[in-house]
Write a protein that binds this ligand. Structure first.
Ligand code: COA
Length: 384
């Protein structure tokens, strides 16, 4: 085959941003962008958000079925037992600068954790499951530790009497949550636990497709999640709401963004063409939490923004939009929003890593070469 024929084939197949290109066969998660449906292992996520705990959903995504009572008890015990950070990791984290970007700190801390994991070089499926449980249990602890250290406080010990979401809020804010706050945190974590081949999950699968380890996959994923076009959008949404400040300012602010050809963070999605089902659930909780615990103006402003963006652009809010005011009303600091997203998506990342390992083929796409050709090498002192 001539190089031009090969190039023509590649050009024909090319889709910018890999849009709608299938890159894995998966049993984990189904996203129906036309009918606004998100399904984890056969269960509608809206039902899971209403009825399940994060622990049940993690079990479901990893083991492929909802746990029975005995399995659930075993599993929650594992998660509780694995919460504490290794002493060396804690020592490393205490050296981070107080002003460190929390996503950079989390990425670095997870990298450090890999060196102190007793299963670090064990690639067996049992060891990979143990590491997935460890990562999921420890990321909330890590986020709590980072927050306490940078605000000059001693990290809190985890509370084995509290479930995953309640303990998480306790370690992060220093307050034991009320039931409604606990439930809000739980369902926020459930709704973001997986989303098929989003950019960070794809990054994780690419990394482990080289047979690199689970920690390397998760570190790649955290780096990918950090950007404002992906997980970083939730923080930007809340910054925007704070900047707008009053309900009466919303319309002119959003129209101003459009006039400057800027994007409204928390809107649009590569797959959903209409509503994002996660946003519909979070919208309700943004209102309830606002009324119960902080200020309902955030929800009211968000709803007004939604109206303008749909009317002007036909673009709908995604998961990050209403999640921003939910996390804010739970007392989570703005720059911890994206780390909190990571603490939920860790389950999806690791589920996909396990699936990739189970039937691995190196992920290695092609690029269409568009640069100069046939140049001749000139000695350095003859170059212009
Ligand atoms: N605000 C304003 N316009 C938007 C927009 C937004 N949030 N999202 C998409 N658009 C517009 C684009 O300007 C583009 O318009 P054009 O065709 O007139 O140029 C069109 O919609 C398609 O956008 P595109 O960037 O090609 O879509 P994509 O599938 O590549 O991008 C996102 C998807 C999520 C990256 C994009 O919607 C976005 O940037 N959203 C804001 C960031 C965000 O909330 N990210 C979290 C995702 S869960």
């Amino acid at each position: 085959m001539s190089s031009q024929v090969e190039k023509d084939i590649l050009i024909e197949q090319f889709k910018a941003g890999l849009e709608d290109i299938p890159a894995a066969v998966s049993d984990i998660c189904f996203v129906d962008g036309i009918n606004s449906l998100l399904v984890y292992r056969g269960y509608d996520v809206t039902e899971l958000a209403a009825k399940a705990t994060f622990e049940e959903v993690a079990y479901l995504l990893w083991f492929g079925k909802l746990p029975n009572k005995r399995e659930y008890e075993w599993f929650t015990r594992q998660l509780i037992q694995e919460r504490e950070l290794p002493a060396h990791v804690l020592a490393i984290v205490t050296m981070f600068p107080g002003k460190a970007n929390p996503m950079a700190a989390l990425r670095t801390a997870i990298s450090a954790m890999s060196m102190y994991d007793p299963d670090s070089s064990d690639q067996s499926s049992d060891a990979i499951m143990r590491k997935a449980i460890r990562l999921t249990a420890r990321i909330p602890t890590m986020i709590g530790v980072l927050e306490r250290l940078r605000t000059g406080q001693q990290p809190l010990a985890s509370r084995p009497d509290l479930g995953h979401a309640a303990n998480y809020l306790y370690m992060l804010t220093g307050r034991e949550p009320e039931e409604m706050q606990n439930r809000a945190m739980d369902l926020s974590l459930i709704l973001q636990a997986d989303h098929e081949l989003n950019a960070s999950t794809f990054a994780a699968r690419v990394t482990v497709s080289t047979l690199s380890d689970i920690y390397a996959g998760v570190v790649s994923a955290i780096g990918t999640l950090a950007g404002p076009l992906h997980g970083g959008a939730n923080e930007q949404v809340m910054r925007m709401l704070i900047e707008i400040d009053k309900l009466e300012n919303t319309e002119s602010y959003i129209k101003g963004l459009f006039a400057q050809k800027k994007r409204v963070m928390g809107f649009g999605h590569r797959v959903y063409k209409g509503a994002d089902p996660r946003a519909l659930v979070l919208k309700k909780w943004s209102q309830m939490l606002g009324e119960g615990y902080c200020n309902s103006k955030w929800w009211a402003m968000s709803e007004a923004i939604e109206e303008v963006v749909i009317k002007e652009k036909g673009i709908y809010p995604n998961v990050d939009f209403y999640n921003a005011s939910v996390l804010y009303c739970l007392g989570i600091p703005l720059d911890m929003f994206t780390p909190v997203f990571a603490s939920s998506r860790i389950v999806g990342w690791t589920a996909h890593i396990m699936e990739q390992f189970a039937d691995n083929r190196l992920i290695r796409p092609r690029a269409i070469y568009n640069g100069p050709e046939g140049l001749e090498y000139a000695p350095i002192d003859e170059r212009s």
